[in-house]
Design a protein around this ligand. Sequence first.
Ligand SMILES: [Zn+2]
Length: 204
Amino acid sequence: MIDVDERATPFIRRLCNEYNVHVSIRFSYTVPHKVGNWIHLPAHYHDERLNWSFCHELSHILLNHDENSFPSNQEEEEANLLASELILPKCHFQSVSHLRLTELKSIFYHCSYEVLLRRKSQFQVGVATIIDEGRITFRNGHPSLRYPLFPTHEEWKIICKTARYGNHLFTVMDSFRLESVYLERNGFRRVLLWTEPTTDFFIS
Ligand SMILES: [Zn+2]
């Protein structure tokens, strides 16, 4: 009998049954963790974050990572890699990964925009950038691309415009397409940007 917390999302419920794991969600938990085949998640997390954290902890279980020692960087990377497959299986995601982020969100609404953006960059040739309160916290491009470490002037223009008006934007320029998503939670502002070359402008 699988023990599933009543706060669990339908997505978490399905995976609990599929992988025979239990989940409890409590306000007293400050960080997600696992004990045996139990996954413990903080109740103050919103649904998208619960879903991702659940997949991350489930990955530690499936990869047989030792719960009595602090996970190594390599174990964390392995868990993130498997978690991205659990939350967005390649067989469902790859064929639609060219769609805009807002379209992907309407299909895979159990995922955060960040998860969608990172997963998209594994299949599509482009650069994913995340800006939190005006600071770059993530920028990663497809391995086949040579791209600048920091956003270009054109990318910054879109980032600033997105933050100023609080809107999602989609812009087609001479050599690339840009899609930005604006998010605000508890007064914390985040812009996600997907930059996709339409010519070999970026490519080495
Ligand atoms: Zn971990």
